[in-house]
Each structure stands twice: as C-alpha cells, then as structure tokens.
Write a protein that binds this ligand. Structure first.
Ligand code: HEM
Length: 194
C-alpha cells in the first residue's frame, strides 16, 4: 500500500508516488511525511518498518496497483467526508444551492468506485498469499476447466444485468413521477428537515 522499499526507521509515508517495481524504487514521491509510516504501523515515529526489498520478489504483491487502489479509495473517502461536512453547513439552504446538489448527484457513482478500489486493494494487496505465509493462491485454485468458469461468469453477468436493468427501470419510473402527495405518501418539502 505504501510502496516502502527499504527497511528503515522513521519510515516515510508518501501522499502520492509512482512505484517502479522493476527497479525497486519510486520514480516520483510527492507529499512525503517522515516517520508517519512508522507511527501508523507501530504508534512510534521512529519504529523500524520492513521494506519490500526484504521480501523475496515472488512473495510481493503488485505494488503499483495496490498503491494506486489505496490512494484512490482513501482520496474518495476524504472527498465524501468533506462534502458531508459542507452539507451539514448547508443543510437548511440545500434548495438554494443547486451547485451543491449537482455535486451530490454526480457523486452517486463514486462510493461504488471506492468499494471496487477497496476490493482491488484487499485482493491484489494480499497476493501471492491466500493464507498468509501458509498457502499461495496458485495452490488453492480448484481443477475447474476454463469453459466451466466462462459459463458461470456469463450466467452471473446475464442474471445480474437483468436484475440491474429492472431495478434501474423501476427507480427511473418513480423518479420521473416526482414527489407524490396523497393519503399514503406525505411528501412535503421541509426546509428544516434536519
Ligand atoms: C477514508 C479513508 C479510508 C481508509 C483509510 C480505508 C482503509 C482501508 C484498508 C486499510 C483496507 C484494506 C483492508 C485489508 O484488506 O487489509 C480497505 C479495504 C476496503 N475498503 Fe477502504 N478505506 C477508506 C475508505 C473507503 C471507502 C470510502 C470505501 C467505500 C465506499 C471503502 C471500501 C473498502 C472495501 C470494499 C475494502 C475491501 C474489504 C475487503 O474485501 O476485505 N474504503 N480500506
């Protein structure tokens, strides 16, 4: 996650970097905070943190993808916190702030992207192990033919694609109708709803 190559004390965290796996170093490092990685790992600013070079090459995960997935996920998480704080301040004036509402609307896909990045981080970042130190992923795969995997993958894509389309259709149908006020559903625009 941190593209930390050398074993050092006072280990540095980089807000952004471009890891070069072939040459076992980072090409660019931006926003480096000395000691922060030691602190995050061991609650001690000068603790020693083992670097990737201390691990055999075939026991290292793909560093670039893990590093970027983590930065993307945390960047989005930070963005969510910020827009939520802004929303708290604007809570009684939301209707007068179409820009904020638009930002929120266009942000709807972002938590899904953050989840995918988190999943990539967890799955790619633990390679090559499926059980750390005991069993590698390569030793844990079942002897299943590629054709069988394709059949179940395509079946899942079709089934969930269909469910997704139905869900989207139903949501869109109700959204187009707009707010409804009748005996069953009381929908009033209350400026002080929070
Ligand atoms: C805000 C800062 C965030 C931090 C510091 C953070 C931290 C982490 C870490 C350390 C992991 C790896 C856990 C592991 O496998 O060892 C992880 C995984 C994950 N994160 Fe985040 N995360 C953040 C935001 C988010 C957000 C906003 C989302 C989604 C909306 C998200 C979704 C996930 C998911 C789905 C996983 C994979 C869980 C799994 O499969 O085990 N994270 N996160």
């Amino acid at each position: 996650m941190e593209a930390h190559w050398e074993t050092t004390t006072k280990a540095t965290i980089h807000l952004f970097a471009i890891p070069d796996e072939k040459n076992e170093k980072n090409v660019i490092e931006i926003g480096s905070i000395p000691g922060m990685l030691s602190f995050l790992g061991y609650h001690d600013l000068s603790a020693e943190v083992r670097g990737l070079k201390d691990f055999p090459v075939d026991e290292r995960p793909p560093v670039l993808l893990t590093f970027i997935a983590f930065r993307g996920m945390v960047g989005l998480g930070t963005y969510f916190i910020l827009i939520t704080i802004i929303g708290v301040f604007l809570r009684n004036r939301l209707v007068e702030n179409p820009f904020y509402l638009k930002v929120m609307l266009y942000s709807i896909p972002l938590p899904y992207i953050a989840m995918e990045l988190g999943w990539i981080l967890a799955e790619v970042g633990r390679q090559p192990w499926i059980v750390y130190g005991l069993m590698k992923t390569s030793g844990a795969s079942s002897p299943v033919a590629a054709s069988q995997v394709w059949v179940s993958l395509i079946a899942f894509i079709l089934l969930y694609g269909l469910l997704g389309a139905v869900g989207f259709y139903l949501i869109a149908k109700n959204a187009v109708k707009g707010p409804v006020a009748n005996n069953d559903r009381h929908f009033t625009l209350n400026k002080n709803f929070m």
